[in-house]
Write a protein that binds this ligand. Sequence first.
Ligand SMILES: C[S@@+](CC[C@H](N)C(=O)[O-])C[C@H]1O[C@@H](n2cnc3c(N)ncnc32)[C@H](O)[C@@H]1O
Length: 313
Amino acid sequence: MPELNTLTLDRAVVSTILDPYVIQRGTPQDPQLSVEIQKLRNRWKKRRWQRRLLGWLPHGRSLPPMLRGARNQEYVFESYSTTWETQGWPNPEEPIQPKQTSLVEWGHEIIKVRRGGLSRVHLYYMADVIGALQPRSILEVGCGNGLNLFVLASKFPDIPMHGVELTEKGVATAKSVQQSQPFPEALVKFCPWEVGNLEAWRKIEFRQGDARALPFPDSSFDLVFTRLALEQMETLRDEAVSEISRVSKKHVMFLEPFFEFNQDDLRRNYVGAKDYFSLPHAELKKFGIQVLMTYKDFPQKLTLGAGLVLGKV
Ligand SMILES: C[S@@+](CC[C@H](N)C(=O)[O-])C[C@H]1O[C@@H](n2cnc3c(N)ncnc32)[C@H](O)[C@@H]1O
């Protein structure tokens, strides 16, 4: 079993995983990219000020983004219900949709990447951590349409996996895929490894539920994880992290935009303007979680940094 603290991402491996999703590569000095970066800086500085002044407004989807108030769970529920009803699996061959691309920094490079590229890299690293921990059961909280669990089940077919998701649409999508198809070809292509097992994904148990009151007894799972789900839960973060800690028997793994990963101006403004999760991982101990390791050497969005935090309960 590899030592957790020695798990790092090899640059060549990251390139291979990311490559199909790369639209453009450059440096911050390239004229066109530098203009785009400056625009991002200006936009999110302005939007953060708007949020400070108008944060008391409701966060109705019908309002233009600049007039929306604090992100609340009604808004999250509505917007992700639409997402999981309409959005297909990541597909590097579909036409580029500007809203689904991100500017990412990786070493000295700036890379424009499609939806799916970063999650592939995250999943590759998360699988390394799971391989080192060898849990006997796993729960993902905020599992959306099940993408992460489907991919992980193809690598760890013997570990029972469960997913909880706020929206009925996310759960319905995950369950309908399980019932009606062979393992989708799009997911075989998306997996950042050779898919060895095409059956385990059918056994994953998905259910609708709220991170504020997870529908499981204490200490139910060896490993409970989230990926960019606490991100949406700033208004309920203490309840959600307490619940995750409660239902874990051994470990918790968060791949989230913790405060420490978002310390430059652009990211601070973005997190503030969008009301994203911003708990310092140093505060996890108040939820009974002892941090064993943190890892942030991923290609990172210029607007929102995310890192992996592994804890023991
Ligand atoms: C950005 S998506 C991430 C989905 C998935 N984890 C991934 O990596 O693709 C955030 C998800 O968290 C879910 N979520 C937000 N608040 C939640 C809550 N209180 N309980 C459970 N899930 C929640 C949303 O519905 C959405 O599916």
